[in-house]
Design a protein around this ligand. Sequence first.
Ligand SMILES: NC(=O)c1ccc[n+]([C@@H]2O[C@H](COP(=O)([O-])OP(=O)(O)OC[C@H]3O[C@@H](n4cnc5c(N)ncnc54)[C@H](OP(=O)(O)O)[C@@H]3O)[C@@H](O)[C@H]2O)c1
Length: 323
Amino acid sequence: MLRVGYPAVLSAGLLNGFPEGVELVPLRDGLDHEVEIDVWIPDPYPARAMRIWPHLRGVRLVLSLMAGTEWIPGTVGPHVTICNGRGAHNISTAEWTLSAILAMLKHFPFFMEVQQSGEWKRRFEASASYARITGDKRALYPPVMVEELTGKRVLLVGYGSIGQEIERMLAPFGVELVRVARSARTEPLVHAVSELDGLLPQAEIVILILPATAESRGLIGARRLALMRQGTLLVNASRGPIVQTDALVEALQSGRIRAALDVTEPEPLPLGHPLWSCPNLLLTPHVAGSSPQFAARSLRTAAGELCRFMTGEPLQNVVQAAI
Ligand SMILES: NC(=O)c1ccc[n+]([C@@H]2O[C@H](COP(=O)([O-])OP(=O)(O)OC[C@H]3O[C@@H](n4cnc5c(N)ncnc54)[C@H](OP(=O)(O)O)[C@@H]3O)[C@@H](O)[C@H]2O)c1
């Protein structure tokens, strides 16, 4: 029997798809004794999972339900194989990205304020805010109330599992998409991140959907924010440290760019942090991947990896191979 430890908060019905030959071991928050298991499915909240880890013995494989696994190698060390939940967040995170882009271009955060004030005439303030942020000073008639996504130039930084889902969802809008990943390739054309500086000035929307690594930390700082056009919409659904927070706060406060963020550095963002009150910003507290469908999808991925582990087939989502 392969002993698989899982967060006790998961409802048992979600684990029905696990293969025969598996003994399920629920791990409660506050665990205070040693537990011997072969495979660990950590709680999606790192703080809770890290409290459990010191009590685990015998773990050979970690099956993360999440795509981002940056806290796991440092916790479990190099002698454990780690797989992520690649794919499980694709739909929810890509839908968040599309929603955030549309919300910003349709000025929904501003119109929520109008709704709360109950003052119809305030809608004309949308024209002023459009002119201010885009620098489009033409005397437009009728006045601009909302903008269009169709035809926009979009720079997609990160062309993995979620990036490709974002591309699929953007397709009906006929955007001009430019893709960037670690390394360049063709069919479809993907640029290397080393070309980023040359690509940023053309983009109207920049989407960040790449993992937080030593290389990607601070990828977008003051210098690269300055390369962006006036009014560029920066969308970060990946990890906070990829953007330098101080530089972003400055770019937002000066009215140079606008942003939609699901992730920040630090997280949780403390009460009173300057980001909370920046203009031209839509901020959600790291929720993009968390939909009711997520757990079932992610556990199906984990069940597939378990089957392969038990039959000795190669695992599909390895982010760290045990040494
Ligand atoms: N907000 C949320 O709730 C939420 C939910 C899920 C995931 N996420 C975040 O989204 C990230 C991406 O997820 P995914 O499943 O799409 O990952 P993935 O399939 O592993 O794809 C990652 C992509 O990022 C590229 N990349 C890696 N390092 C890079 C760098 N330094 N510069 C430029 N590109 C780089 C990779 O390039 P190559 O193709 O060349 O390797 C790849 O295209 C996760 O790591 C996680 O941090 C956030």
